[in-house]
Ligand binder design. Structure first.
Ligand code: AHR
Length: 330
């Protein structure tokens, strides 16, 4: 915790030490006081949970990058519950951390706690997922993917795949956590692209909460009520992998009888793509740690940062997955 008590002692030691340690605040506010006087930046990070391979890789990236950057990390796992994240953020405010970062489980309902952080003069960085707050001064920056674009990429692959067919294409969709930015945006981007051609019909769309178990359960229900599914669009690899088990359990061949598009490109998903069980994956990078720590240092030092920091991402076909797998880090 960077502190301003015992200021005279620090002044004696030289103000340059304070500058080097990143003393200051985000966006022109005054830095918070209190906590241990060790000259280190302390970050409170409120993680969504451990719902997917993507999330595990994201947590690892944040923990390793904090260590490498010399930032003290207070980390909490909200188990996919907004109330747990709000509690964690309030506890970081009480502990007077230097910066709070979090990946909001859902988009709505953050204004009060964000205002509390602002009143306490603790800068907030949104990581991975957005909030729908109209007052964008409640956070310093938003680091993460363009989820709408990810949905569009999934839709464009589908349009190309069926370009020579005039038959109806029956699609089922496994949505991410209800109310979350990736679920809302991946649905919207995909719908926008396939709307151009009436042959594409989404015959069922339900949440699988980004987990493998729920993906399997919901796909089993889809298969029972929809005998002619041509395509599954799953908002992440884990739900797609659960759905593969359901499809195989129903005596169908994933990737052939039912084409599968997913998002993320974690190792298990990439392996299923290389094996022909998934047909196309849109990448969503979980490696946000290094950029997050750089942004944290800047906002704590009171430097200007861009309002939006986008991650760079690609897409994978089975051939590209085979080539990428040996060096895939997560
Ligand atoms: O917010 C990113 C999404 O959250 C990932 O695509 C999904 O796997 C995770 O649970």
């Amino acid at each position: 915790m960077i502190v301003f008590k015992r200021m005279s002692a620090l002044l004696l030691a030289g103000v340059t030490i304070m500058a080097a340690a990143g003393c200051g605040s985000g966006g022109g506010t005054t830095a918070s006081s209190g906590g241990a006087d060790d000259g280190k930046i302390t970050m409170g990070f409120a993680q969504v949970g451990a719902e997917s391979g993507w999330r595990t890789a994201n947590t690892k990236s944040i923990q390793e990058s904090a260590k490498a950057a010399g930032i003290e990390l207070k980390f909490s796992d909200a188990q996919q519950k907004q109330e747990n994240q709000i509690k964690a953020i309030r506890s970081y405010i009480q502990q007077k951390v230097d910066v709070i970062a979090f990946s909001p489980v859902v988009e709505s309902g953050w204004d009060n706690v964000l205002k509390e952080a602002q009143t306490a003069k603790i800068p907030v960085i949104l990581t991975d997922r957005a909030v729908d707050s109209a007052d964008t001064s409640l956070y310093k920056t938003f680091l993460g993917s363009d989820f709408v674009e990810e949905g569009r990429k999934a839709g464009k692959w589908l349009v190309e795949e069926y370009k020579d067919s005039t038959d109806t294409v029956n699609i089922v969709e496994l949505q991410g956590t209800t109310g979350s930015a990736p679920a809302n945006d991946r649905k919207a981007g995909f719908a926008e692209v396939i709307a151009a051609e009436p042959k594409f019909k989404v015959v069922a769309s339900q949440t699988g909460d980004f987990t493998r178990a729920k993906g399997k359960e919901v796909m089993e229900a889809f298969l029972k009520s929809n005998p002619d599914i041509d395509v599954l669009y799953a908002h992440n690899d884990d739900m797609g992998l659960g759905a593969i088990e359901a499809i195989e359990g129903a005596g169908k061949v994933p990737g052939k009888d039912i084409k599968i598009i997913t998002v993320d490109a974690v190792k298990d998903g990439m392996q299923a793509l290389a094996d022909g069980k998934i047909n196309f994956i849109v990448e969503c990078s979980p490696i946000l740690g290094p950029q997050l720590m750089d942004l944290a240092k800047k906002v704590v030092a009171g430097e200007q940062v861009p309002a939006r920091v986008l991650t760079e991402e690609t897409t994978f076909t089975p051939e590209q997955a085979k080539a990428a797998l040996p060096t895939r880090p997560y």
